[in-house]
Design a protein around this ligand. Structure first.
Ligand code: ATP
Ligand code: MG
Length: 329
């Protein structure tokens, strides 16, 4: 995908800088644009707006899922707050500075700073966050607690997941003996992310940072999986992105523990189910992936088919149910 300004809205006070598959990024309107030869200077803050777009197998599908941007932003904010200490654990630094109508930044900065909060335009309230602009690390920090998806496909072939040997005899949807860290290289726009070894992450970011990424990812997964379990939900796997702030602090960025970046299953269905379909009752975009896999087989070239209304409805309902379950007292 290329940066696609047409998919973004004009927002007062902000200038569109980049659109990913799902989110639109804006920089302050008064920040200096790049000259064409010089890259843009990184502003201190950015606005991240979650759209209703949905992607599967790295293709953006249409139509979008109405309300998805807001549901996922709400979920992400709730998790940032949990990980900042609401779950009783130590505070994990995150990129949130402010949001509007849905609570405030976890680092406390926004609580006293109405000016920052007021920077969020009305048109995107509920699906936007003002974040610290970080030096992003090109690694998708994937943690898997259960065997499924591409992990299951690899295991069936070779008994490994991302090169990590696992016990024989596991089935699709089984819990792993220990959660495993399986990083991927975050490919530049338009290319597919690629699973990489831990050693490769050392080459990319250095030994200390690589170890910090792995340890922090596993810590967050353990905490989040325990929180989810207390609400009858399994966090099967997830992906984090981190950046480095102006003081060199490793900071949790992007969206976190959403149903786009994670697989969530119903714990009761998993425990009583006998088939993979029954065990993996998804609260995530697996519904979309399954439909696309059945209706648009590989190599998936050209335009993907339109998502039917019932797939959109089921996905919305499951996303909403996940949010309700997790955030219920
Ligand atoms: P996909 O997630 O679908 O693979 P993508 O990651 O290219 O695609 P989006 O997730 O839609 O795109 O866009 C969000 C972009 O913003 C990502 O490139 C992410 O790395 C970047 N980003 C998130 N938080 C920050 C931050 N605090 N500072 C700088 N960049 C960030
Ligand atoms: Mg992303």
């Amino acid at each position: 995908m290329t940066a696609n300004p047409s998919s973004s809205t004009e927002l007062p006070g902000w200038r569109h800088a980049y659109s990913g598959k799902v989110r639109d990024l804006y920089v302050p309107a008064d920040s200096a644009p790049g000259s064409g030869t010089e890259p843009e200077a990184r502003p201190a803050r950015m606005l991240v707006v979650a759209s209703d777009r949905v992607s599967a197998f790295d293709h953006v599908l249409s139509p979008g899922i109405p309300g998805k941007g807001e549901l996922l932003t709400t979920l992400s904010l709730w998790w940032f707050d949990q990980l900042a200490g609401a779950d009783g654990g130590r505070g994990i630094p995150n990129h949130l500075v402010a949001t509007r109508s849905l609570g405030l930044g976890a680092d406390g900065e926004a609580g006293t700073d109405d000016d920052v909060q007021s920077l969020i335009p009305d048109a995107v309230t509920g699906r936007a966050m003002v974040v610290k602009s970080l030096d992003m690390l090109p690694i998708e920090c994937v943690v898997r607690g259960y065997l499924t998806g591409s992990g299951w496909a690899e295991y069936r072939e070779s008994g490994t997941v991302c090169g990590i040997a696992l016990p024989a005899g596991l089935s699709n949807g089984d819990r792993l003996p220990e959660p495993i860290y399986t990083p991927a290289y975050k490919a530049p726009m338009g290319e597919h992310d690629e699973n990489i070894s831990y050693e490769r992450t050392v080459d990319l970011v250095g030994e200390d940072r690589a170890a910090e990424l792995r340890d922090l990812s596993l810590e967050i997964y353990h905490r989040a999986a325990a929180t989810a379990e207390a609400h009858g939900v399994i966090l099967a796997d997830t992906k984090f992105e981190f950046g480095v702030d102006e003081n060199g602090v490793l900071t949790l960025a992007d969206e976190v523990l959403t149903s786009d970046s994670s697989r969530y299953w119903d714990a009761a269905a998993w425990a009583s189910g006998t088939t993979p379909e029954q065990r993996m009752a998804s609260f995530d975009k697996q519904i979309v992936r399954d439909w696309l896999a059945a209706n648009w087989p590989a190599p998936r070239e050209g335009e993907p088919p339109s998502l039917p209304a019932d797939v959109i409805e089921r996905t919305t309902a499951r996303y909403r149910e996940l949010l309700e379950r997790l955030t219920a007292a």
